[in-house]
Design a protein around this ligand. Structure first.
Ligand SMILES: Cc1cc2nc3c(=O)[nH]c(=O)nc-3n(C[C@H](O)[C@H](O)[C@H](O)COP(=O)(O)OP(=O)(O)OC[C@H]3O[C@@H](n4cnc5c(N)ncnc54)[C@H](O)[C@@H]3O)c2cc1C
Length: 290
């Protein structure tokens, strides 16, 4: 099969139809949602178009967005734009909304989806740090039923996720900001738009009586997968967000990351930037950002 024109395309309208089509497929079958990663790969020859393409972006159950029992249920086929403009997402998960608003530019945001961003398994996927910092879980569906996988174990390694060939991401369950919670997201790329991150970072803190009660810090493009930074979280825990805490956390972030040199940046710059993004986020969350 040498061109996308010769692929067979299916357009299922329900979760059950996706399951059936995947079960009938083989290793030349592929799911496509917004197509913003896949079409670039096929067009540039990085991967060949598959025999069968299952286009899942019109399945209603993959487009749900609702709040229930302390978390948002976010359908895998929701576009970045849908998340960025949603009042529900902006108020409950501000870092995720900010990350979605920073993906590519408006055209990419209109087609690209949260499910594709996560399933593409890139360490530079911008929505992953805020999902990790919020303690999100993936709900996968397949012929053996549904299963819930915490985001951290879903990301198994470089370009590797915990999803069988006959499974797909149905939705995400993302704990909303608790009372006293604040979030921040920042990314560094070579331009303001249409730039894959050199480093991206998200932070969620819960402050009570002037001290950090809970802290979660996550980063992309500094290791084989996006990661949480427990060393930084430990420093923040129980402390006020003052300049000495922020300085210690900044240095701890630089020591914790394991970046590499690649086409977009150097390991040295990424290590420095990882600390600076932590510093910026914490200053913002403490109200002392310049
Ligand atoms: C110009 C440009 C700029 C970009 N800028 C950014 C950026 O700033 N930040 C960023 O993070 N990304 C960026 N991207 C990458 C891309 O847009 C995002 O990763 C997007 O979210 C992918 O979603 P999609 O629906 O288009 O995925 P698709 O291309 O449809 O699919 C990507 C992969 O995910 C799989 N998949 C899709 N949905 C599911 C599902 N529900 N279950 C299981 N597997 C699934 C597909 O089989 C495929 O392997 C950019 C891309 C382009 C072309």
């Amino acid at each position: 099969m040498s061109s996308a024109e010769s692929s067979r395309c299916f357009f299922p309208e329900s979760v059950e139809e996706i399951i059936t089509l995947l079960a009938e497929g083989n290793n030349r079958t592929c799911l496509l949602c917004g197509g913003t990663d896949l079409l670039v790969q096929w067009h540039s020859g990085v991967t060949a178009p598959p025999e069968t393409v299952i286009v899942i972006n019109a399945v209603p159950e993959l487009k749900v967005l609702r709040e229930e029992e302390g978390h948002l249920v976010i359908g895998a086929a929701l576009s970045h734009r849908a998340l960025a403009v949603s009042e529900l997402v902006r108020s409950r998960l501000p870092a995720l909304a900010a990350a979605a608003a920073d993906v590519g530019a408006v055209q990419i945001q209109n087609s690209g989806t949260i499910g594709g961003n996560v399933a593409n398994a890139s360490p530079a996927a911008d929505l992953v740090p805020p999902l990790l910092a919020a303690g999100a879980a993936v709900i996968a569906a397949g012929p053996r039923g549904r299963r819930r996988i915490p985001m951290e174990s879903f990301l198994r390694g470089y370009r590797s996720i915990d999803l069988a060939d006959d499974e797909f991401i149905l939705h995400f369950e993302v704990p909303v900001l608790p009372a006293g919670g604040r979030e921040s997201f920042h990314k560094l790329g070579s331009r303001a738009a249409q730039a894959i991150s050199k480093v991206a970072a998200a932070c969620r803190v819960v402050v009570e009586d002037g001290r950090v009660r809970e802290a979660a810090v996550a980063m992309g493009s500094v290791a084989p997968t996006a990661i949480r930074l427990p060393e930084v979280e430990k420093i923040l825990s129980g402390r006020p967000l003052d300049s000495s805490t922020i300085q210690e956390a900044t240095e701890a972030a630089r020591a914790a990351v394991r970046p590499i040199d690649d086409i977009r940046s150097t390991a040295e710059y990424r290590r420095w930037a990882a600390g600076s993004l932590v510093e910026l986020m914490l200053e913002e969350l403490s109200g002392t950002a310049p």
